[in-house]
Design a protein around this ligand. Structure first.
Ligand code: E4P
Length: 284
């Protein structure tokens, strides 16, 4: 395969960003294309360094410092910063957080969850800043993301979470495939960012499917690098093993109002809770 998609690191440690970017430069002659962060990954970094509990303000300042360090390492890259939300957080609150975070660095995109309130916030935000809709697990959610951001003035990313579907026996890469198929021959305003990557096969298949971006946890990136950055052959076949197929849904058609799509998915709800709990566990 000659066309490598954009490669991001998925993490909360600037040193990983630096090492990965140096490895990309050495092998491909180009730096890392970006970074995704989330509350769990940042909380893990803070918990490892800060003994005991800290205040919300201190934790937020640390999040800001970490992404500023990442931005200095990859000033040309896109760095995703996530809003904090639980299932009750209204769109207005997420927007307020987004308008603070976007000022932290010059190359930020802001992550909103694929929930009703998250997309309501993104509908406004996408005319003010780059937006990344995260915790995506279904074609219907992807259709809503496409429609809610149709008039966006800034780049839009959508993050289908592969590993969390694999974890429960479903073929998460099918959702990536189905979204890319549904978006094919459309206006291309949404970049598919394959997320929740667990192994090299996810990387190879995401490249094969022409995912616009792949965000890779550092430990998997190192595995990929140590195998000399393999890429899929033209006749590549993804070995899904006994993962249950997630078929393409012909009935999910673009062109409707985003409010007409079913945004519900239990993994989105569980993911919002997990991010929120992992972050708030840090506080006094
Ligand atoms: C990226 O933006 C996501 O937050 C991340 O890939 C989630 O990965 P996980 O499912 O391993 O937590």
């Amino acid at each position: 395969m000659d066309k490598l998609p954009k490669i991001f690191i998925d993490g909360g440690e600037a040193e990983e960003t630096r090492a990965a970017s140096e490895a990309m430069m050495k092998h491909f002659g180009r730096p890392l294309d970006g970074q995704t962060t989330n509350p769990t990954l940042i909380a893990k970094n803070l918990a490892a360094r800060v003994k005991g509990k800290i205040s919300q303000e201190e934790a937020l300042e640390e999040y800001k410092r970490i992404v500023q360090e990442m931005s200095e390492i990859i000033p040309q890259g896109s760095i995703s910063i996530q809003v904090f939300a639980d299932r009750e957080t209204p769109a207005e609150e997420m927007l307020m957080q987004a308008r603070v975070r976007i000022k932290w660095i010059d190359n930020a995109s802001i992550k909103f969850p694929a929930t009703f309130e998250g997309l309501k916030a993104a509908e406004v935000a996408c005319n003010e800043m780059p937006v990344n809709i995260t915790l995506v697990f279904s074609q219907e959610q992807a259709a809503a993301v496409y429609e809610v951001s149709r008039k966006a003035k800034y780049p839009i990313f959508i993050s289908p979470f592969v590993g969390r579907m694999d974890d429960r026996g479903e073929n998460g890469m099918d959702v990536v495939k189905n979204i890319i198929k549904m978006y094919k021959n459309r206006d291309g305003h949404v970049d598919v960012l394959t997320a929740s990557v667990r192994n090299i096969e996810h990387i190879l298949y995401a490249i094969y499917l022409n995912s616009n971006i792949i965000t890779i946890p550092y430990n998997v990136f190192i595995l990929w690098a140590n195998n000399n950055f393999p890429q899929p052959e033209v006749n590549y076949v993804y070995q899904a093993g006994n993962l249950k197929e997630i078929p393409f849904q012909e009935k999910v058609l673009l062109g409707r109002n985003w409010l007409g799509y079913d945004l519900n998915h239990e993994l989105t709800e569980a993911g919002v809770k997990r991010f929120f709990d992992d972050w708030t566990r840090l506080f006094l």
